[in-house]
Structures are given as C-alpha cells and as structure tokens.
Design a protein around this ligand. Structure first.
Ligand SMILES: [Zn+2]
Ligand SMILES: [Zn+2]
Ligand SMILES: [Zn+2]
Length: 314
C-alpha cells in the first residue's frame, strides 16, 4: 500500500519537521478526513497561494508523519499521534474553567464543593474546610502550595472540558484518573504504555488527626508512588488506589454494587478507596494492613514491599 518507508526520526528532527504552521495545518487537515487526499485536494483545503511552498512543506512531513497511499496523502501513525495530542489540548493553550460550584458535598464538612481547571488538572475545593490542605501534590515528591480550601486534584486533559457541565467534568475527571490508576496498578504507564516502577512510601512520623500530616502532607501513611521507566510521567496516591487490579479489592467493590469505572458510582467508590484504616506492621520489609468498609462489610488487605496483596480477609 504505502510507497514511502517510515523512517525513525530523532526527537529533534521530529519537532523540527513540525516547526511550521503550514505543516501543522497539513496534519490537521489530513486528520479531518477519513480517506487519503490527492495533492490538489489537500492543497485546496489549505487555501494557500503558493503550490511550490506547499509542496516543500509536504515533503518535510513525508515518510514519517504523512505517507503516500496509491499516490494520495494520509496521516502515518506518528502524524495521527500529533493530531490526537493537539485535539486533546494537552500541548496547546489552557482552557477556561474558573472556580465553579458543583453538586456534591465535602466528605469532611458536608458543604458544597467547587472545581476549577488548572495546570492539567481539575482541582476540587471546599469553601468551609479552609486551609485544611495547604499542599498540592503534582510531580511525585514535590507538593506545591495550594489555594485555600483545596481538597485534591484529578489530572484531566483540556478536551475533557468540552460539552460537559461542571458536574460532568468532575465525574469524568474522576473516571479518567481511576483509569490511569488501573493502568499504573497493572504496572504500565497510561501515557506511553512502558513499564512503571511502583513502590510504597511510608511516612516516618505520620499524624493526620487534624488534617493532612505535617511530615508527608498527605492523609495516607502509606502512599504508592510510580514512575514511568520511559517517559516523564509519575503518579502518587494512597496505597489502596494503587491496588486497583487486585482481585480481592475488585470482588469486594463489585459485591457492594460499586463499579470503580462507572461515572455514577465515583463518589461512593472514592469514599471506599480513600477512607480506610491503615496499620503498618513493619517497614523493612513493608507489611501493612488496610481495612476498607462498604455497605456494612469490611475487607482487610495485607500488602508487601512490592505493593502486592499477600493476604486478604473479610
Ligand atoms: Zn469541607
Ligand atoms: Zn505523614
Ligand atoms: Zn510513560
């Protein structure tokens, strides 16, 4: 089919090839159609005035981002990935979502919640729980100062804000981050599919009686941190959210009618996965016990240094 070899480019060459408005427009136009386009059809869609310039830029994309199929032009897989990244909004401007009240109540005080979108995440706030959380976890190991009332954040690409009410944005962001954590729990990076190194972090002096612990800035004594072995993605969460592929945990949730990936169940699932008892039996090697409650039932999970469930009990 294709009469062009797809060459592997260095990252520098790949970005240099994209560093021109006409080339990016060519990729976007090819992304808008379901079939390969002839030279003249593609040229007409771009509404350019100089066909030799057009030809020059098309040649720069050919072989890697664009391939020729029976004499017509179509996106090659790397070109599709570029268009997907542009459409997700992940590499372009920030969308607008100012602080907006949403249905849903703060699990601590029962007051109304509000959300905003900032730095690639939907951030959740309570108007009453002022300054309870003063740190926001971004990249692993580096909590930043947070605005007053901050409760937490869900990483969420900008395109997720389109055609959704603020309530739907919050639910979708919740499901999106659960999907990412399922991938991480299974040992793979949700951004690039390479392997992730997962490990437990135990706070040496944990005290969350009056809000997040002043030592680890978290409410969890045992956290899971995971770092991709290939890209720069990193993830941090309470340990139980890093066990989302453990059969015992899945079985428990489903028996309570809680599907962790169903938008209507996100609040209930969140309550189970983020509000549990922790008991650290030893740190080297780690033996920690987590007791979850749902529907009057309890599940206890005993995990080891690899964050594997080695024992469970009802
Ligand atoms: Zn509150
Ligand atoms: Zn702590
Ligand atoms: Zn990755």
């Amino acid at each position: 089919m294709s009469d062009q070899r797809q060459d592997r480019l260095s990252a520098d060459d790949a970005f240099a090839a994209l560093g021109n408005e006409t080339r990016v427009r060519i990729l976007r136009e090819l992304g808008d159609v379901d079939e390969p386009l002839a030279f003249s059809a593609l040229y007409d869609r771009l509404e350019l005035t100089d066909s030799s310039q057009f030809n020059y830029h098309l040649e720069k994309l050919l072989g890697h981002f664009v391939h020729k199929v029976d004499g017509e032009y179509a996106l090659a897989r790397p070109g599709e990935r570029v268009v997907e990244a542009i459409r997700s909004g992940a590499v372009t401007g920030d969308p607008e979502l100012e602080r907006t009240p949403v249905e849903g109540r703060c699990s601590d005080c029962g007051e109304e919640l509000s959300i905003q979108w900032r730095n690639g995440s939907v951030e959740v706030f309570c108007g009453t729980c002022e300054s309870r959380w003063d740190r926001s976890w971004g990249r692993v190991g580096s909590p930043d100062a947070a605005e007053s009332g901050y409760l937490g954040r869900f990483p969420f690409p900008p395109a997720g804000l389109q055609n959704r009410s603020p309530e739907a944005v919050l639910r979708a962001a919740h499901v999106w981050s659960t999907l990412e954590l399922v991938a991480v729990s299974a040992g793979l990076c949700p951004r690039c599919s390479a392997t992730v190194d997962r490990e437990p972090r135990v706070c040496p002096d944990h005290d969350d009686a009056d809000g997040p612990c002043s030592t680890c800035h978290s409410s969890f004594e045992v956290r899971m941190v995971a770092v991709c072995t290939n890209c720069i993605a990193s993830f941090g969460t309470g340990a139980v959210s890093g066990l989302l592929t453990a059969p015992a945990l899945y079985a428990f949730l489903f028996e309570q009618g809680l599907n962790p990936l169903a938008p209507e169940a996100v609040d209930a699932v969140d309550g189970v996965l983020n509000d549990y008892e922790e008991e650290v039996h030893s740190t080297a090697p780690l033996r920690a016990e987590f007791t979850l409650s749902a529907g009057g039932e309890e599940l206890t999970l005993l995990v080891d240094d690899d964050l594997e469930v080695v024992e469970h009990a009802r």
